[in-house]
Structures are given as structure tokens and as C-alpha cells.
Design a protein around this ligand. Sequence first.
Ligand SMILES: [Zn+2]
Length: 88
Amino acid sequence: MAGVILGLVGASGIIVDHAIFRKRRRRKFLERLVAKEYRVCPQCLYALCGSSDEGKCPECGLPYSGASLVEQWKQILRIPAARKGLEV
Ligand SMILES: [Zn+2]
């Protein structure tokens, strides 16, 4: 019985750790995305920092513009449109 309880406590700790890890990973990813001004291809994650304001991703060919990248990332990450700045 004690082993079962210890197992359940351990398993719940793993689930909590995993949730915290996911939240930290998401925050770090968002920080990097904001630092790159959302200029990352949402399809293949190619960094478009040195590329022109609009065109096609050199890696996968996805057409993009500065505004479309922001909108696509906000939809992917489910960031409310009203939130501005560092959206973590
Ligand atoms: Zn791409």
C-alpha cells in the first residue's frame, strides 16, 4: 500500500515537473521569437532575420510578410490580439 502511495506521489511530481518544463520551454521560445521580431518561418522555423520584409522562406518556400508572420505566430501560440510587447 505504501509503495502504491509513494508511486502515485512520484508520478504526480513527474507530471508537475513536466508541466513546469513545458511552461519554461514555451516562455523561452516566445522570448526568442519576440527578440527576432517574429521573423521565424512558422512552417519550418527558419530564421528570417536577414531576409527581406516579404517574400518566400528560402528553406520551405512559404510566402510571408512581416505582418503575416506576427499574425501566424499569434494564432499558432494562441496569443490574444490585444496583447502587445513581450507576450509570455
Ligand atoms: Zn520555412
